[in-house]
Design a protein. Structure first.
Length: 71
């Protein structure tokens, strides 16, 4: 296999794992409702931006890629 096909397989596996994690995250009570997530509801308008969740996910992914990345 060449490098491009290995890269596609790697990202496919990452997407499957991310999808499974997203499905399980909905069942966990704390994910998506962290302090710092922005939630505004006014009448029929609802705005939700998971700021703290995004920062936590970014930190976790940075640590994982730093620890398991190529040197």
């Amino acid at each position: 296999m060449n490098e491009f096909s290995k890269t596609l397989i790697f990202f496919g596996i990452i997407l499957v794992v991310a999808g499974m994690a997203a499905a399980l995250a909905g069942k966990l009570s704390g994910i998506g409702r962290l302090p710092g997530d922005i939630y505004i509801r006014k009448g029929s308008f609802t705005f939700y931006f998971p700021l703290a969740t995004c920062l936590l996910l970014s930190l976790i992914l940075t640590l994982v890629f730093t620890l398991f990345g190529k040197k």
